[in-house]
Design a protein around this ligand. Structure first.
Ligand code: MG
Length: 203
């Protein structure tokens, strides 16, 4: 399986990192070895001094598809969860400056803590799913799928023009504003529609 991550999908987050609003969805990959499941702790890696959290809605793909039309895209996932797109911001900034890929900054081991998944039919409106992240009990990120520049169907249709989607693939749909650094001892908790489904301790 693969993990596909959308970058720059919330205007407020684009502004906080001084990036431009993209003309089409920007995406990148994390390898399956990035996955961190069952609320296991995240071990701060030695190669970075600036690891950031980014809480995102995650779609789990339920069938094979390519060149998926937007009108069919919503039938290609049936579960929604939360994920943390853990980012070595120092390595990413260095890569951006040199126009190098983000693979290391975004795809290192444990860079994708992922919650349990909730059946998609539990959500009445895919354009109104609220989620938030608490850092040591204080809310630091608040998002709603209605604020995404590119909707779930836009994202699925776009990615599948280039890469075949397969059962079990995960799509991180972008992060809202409020990203920031973690330090050893911190606890991150992700909530979706008022339910806590993700916990990640930084060790
Ligand atoms: Mg992200």
């Amino acid at each position: 399986m693969k993990i596909i991550c959308i970058g720059r999908n919330y205007v407020d987050h684009i502004k906080e990192l001084n990036n431009a609003i993209p003309g089409e969805p920007v995406f990148f990959l994390k390898p399956d070895t990035a996955m961190l499941i069952r609320n296991r702790p995240f071990y701060y890696p030695a190669f970075s001094d600036d690891i950031h959290y980014e809480l995102e809605l995650v779609l789990k793909i339920n069938k094979v598809g390519r060149h998926i039309g937007k009108e069919f895209a919503l039938s290609y996932f049936d579960e929604i969860g939360l994920g943390l797109d853990m980012t070595a911001r120092d390595l990413q900034e260095n890569a951006k400056k040199k126009s190098l890929p983000w693979a290391v900054a975004k795809g290192f081991d444990q860079s994708a803590p992922i919650s349990r998944f909730i059946p998609a039919n539990h959500f009445s409106d895919f354009r109104n799913i609220s989620f938030h992240l608490d850092l040591n009990g204080q809310t630091v990120q608040k998002g709603n799928s209605g604020l995404m520049i590119y909707s779930f169907e836009d994202i699925i249709s776009h990615i599948s023009r280039y890469m075949t989607l397969r059962t079990g693939d995960l799509i991180f749909t972008g992060t809202p504003a409020g990203v920031g650094p973690v330090k050893i001892g911190d606890t991150l908790e992700g909530w979706i529609e008022g339910e806590k489904i993700l916990k990640c301790e930084i060790k």
